[in-house]
Design a protein around this ligand. Structure first.
Ligand code: NAD
Length: 518
């Protein structure tokens, strides 16, 4: 192992001499499929991780169920205290874990550390929530009656997560699910197994110190087969799935067919709209970050840019300058702003998108080729592409160029005359995750956030499409799946609601005045 990689793995006690166990349900195991963790920047194999066999998976689900039976009776504020300790344990390893995210996923250092911070933030939030997950008392129409709406834990919540946020997405789910009193079982992306092992070690250390069964926060590493078995299991009450639209569509159907609960956080095809009165000194860098940050691998990355015709030339020339100055570099180096794509397959997705654009005679303002010899030699085994800006011939919302999420740094640009046109383009795609309008005119803001405005789950003004805070509920509409996680009222999805009518009178009247006396 390179010294670069062994320093990061050593700081988190990840042994690499032998295969790393990838199942945790109170004890560590793993005798299923062996997965390789590959560094996207260099192509180096970091470790081999042993996933869950079918028997281990079923045993882990059973252990989760038992852990739930214990944990549901732990008072919520006490569960909050456990979360507070998890928050402290994570914060103590923030830099080390951030570096592992950069090493294994490929995002740059500040974003890796930021992802751990997001877990810390949502843990803080859930500590408070643990004393505020209140039900309601509803006025009854019957004398001497009262109606309560009572939240109770659900059971086992499975979290299936994507490669691009290998820590934070689990954090959002674990914090709320745990505050609510569930057992949580994590099936992470098979290409970021070490991040999930490192996080589970930190979380399980806290559980063990508090005498809480480890399966309250279990882990089953594996690929599609393990994911499918988790989704099909009758013992999994809710499946919280983050990933692509294609897989999400299958997951949704399977969970629905067994009347389980499902929360879907799927792809985005996010647009920024820039009006002629926008402050370009804010808008250009924000679009730049939105489109090339995380090498275009955020669900909220800016993929479509609609520029008012009056400012389009000035905007594009400033944006191109920024693209041209961007240098690829080792994500572990704090000076690097642009990292690799996560997998070799993603390079293929980028190349197909470029071919599709070329076939449609789009103008490529930047990118479209590989770096070749322009890459530092240490990075030549990695998955690198030049970020692209393309101006397709027209906005054809039926074409794949505009309709599909290309999970790579490819930004498609068009110009418009009227805001209504740009909003129609914003809304005219299957996905509905994030959107952003740049303007200083309050009338545009009113249109944008109102009923005839953006139909996405995230509707920003003078803020780019990517980089959400944890305080508001996060999620998207339409083919993004309608799920909400993180802040706001998202916690209400992690409980089952009971409507309890209590009669403390000496009569037993029926509702709506129905009379049924013999
Ligand atoms: P993916 O759909 O390939 O995989 C997601 C997870 O599903 C992985 O854990 C994978 O092993 C598992 N899986 C694959 N096939 C399965 C099956 N048949 N049944 C059950 N599980 C299965 O996604 P990815 O490539 O890892 O991630 C990128 C995608 O995730 C993008 O589309 C991105 O927009 C989306 N994403 C969305 C959000 C959001 O909050 N909306 C956040 C992050 C990523």
């Amino acid at each position: 192992l390179s010294s670069r990689a062994s320093a990061v793995l050593g700081a988190l006690d990840i042994p690499t001499a032998q295969e790393v166990p990838g199942v945790y349900d109170g004890t560590w195991a793993g005798s299923g499929e062996v997965l390789e963790s590959v560094c996207p920047a260099t192509g180096e194999v970091l470790a081999r991780v042993q996933g869950a066999s079918p028997q281990e998976l079923q045993a882990a689900i059973e252990k989760s169920r038992e852990a739930y039976h214990f944990f549901r009776s732990v008072p919520a504020p006490r569960r909050g205290e456990i979360l507070r300790q998890i928050r402290e344990a994570l914060a103590a390893k923030r830099d080390e874990l951030g570096a592992l995210i950069s090493l294994e996923m490929g995002k740059i250092r500040t974003e890796g550390v930021g992802e751990v911070q997001e877990f810390v933030d949502i843990a803080d939030y859930a500590v408070g929530l643990s004393r505020m997950m209140n039900g309601r008392v509803v006025a009854s129409e019957r004398p001497g009656h009262s109606i309560l709406e009572v939240p109770n834990p659900l059971g086992v919540v499975a979290v299936l997560s994507a490669f691009n946020f290998p820590v934070a997405v689990y954090g959002w789910n674990l914090a709320l699910s745990m505050a609510a009193g569930n057992a949580t079982l994590w099936k992470p992306s098979p290409s970021t197994p070490l991040c999930s092992v490192a996080v589970t070690k930190i979380v399980s250390g806290v559980l063990e110190r508090n005498g809480i069964p480890g399966a309250v926060a279990g882990l089953v590493i594996g690929g599609k087969d393990v994911g499918e078995a988790v989704v099909e299991s009758e013992h999994v009450t809710m499946v919280s799935f983050t990933g692509s639209e294609n897989v999400g569509r299958q997951v949704g159907k399977v969970v629905q067919s067994r009347f389980g609960k499902v929360l879907l956080e799927l792809g985005g095809n996010n647009a920024s709209i820039v009006m002629p009165d926008a402050d370009l000194s804010l808008a250009v860098p924000a679009v730049f970050f939105g489109a090339v940050g995380t090498a275009g691998q955020r669900c909220t990355s800016t993929r479509r840019l609609f520029l008012h015709q009056d400012i389009a030339p000035a905007f594009l020339s400033r944006l191109q300058d920024m693209y041209n100055k961007l240098q690829p570099g080792d994500p572990l180096d704090p000076a690097t702003l642009y990292g690799p794509l996560h997998t070799r397959a993603a390079v293929g997705i980028y190349s197909s998108a470029i071919e599709r654009l070329r076939a449609g005679d789009a103008e490529l303002l930047c990118g479209g080729a590989s770096y070749g010899d322009d890459l530092p030699s240490a990075l030549r085994g990695g998955h690198w592409v030049r970020p692209a800006i393309a101006v397709p011939k027209k906005v054809d919302l039926e074409s794949d160029v505009w309709r599909t999420e290309t999970f790579a740094p490819v930004l498609c640009v068009a110009t418009f005359e009227r805001l209504e046109q740009a909003v129609a383009w914003n809304n005219g795609v299957p996905q509905g995750l994030s959107s952003s309008l740049w303007t200083r005119d309050i009338r545009n803001v009113g249109k944008w956030i109102g009923p005839a405005g953006s139909d996405a789950g995230i509707v920003n003004v003078n803020v780019g499409t990517s980089g959400a805070e944890i305080g508001a509920a996060f999620g998207g509409n339409k083919s993004t799946g309608w799920g909400r996680e993180s802040g706001g009222d998202a916690w209400k999805q992690y409980v089952r609601w009971s409507a309890c009518t209590l009669n403390f009178s000496d009569e037993a009247p029926l509702a709506q005045g129905v009379s049924f006396s013999a």
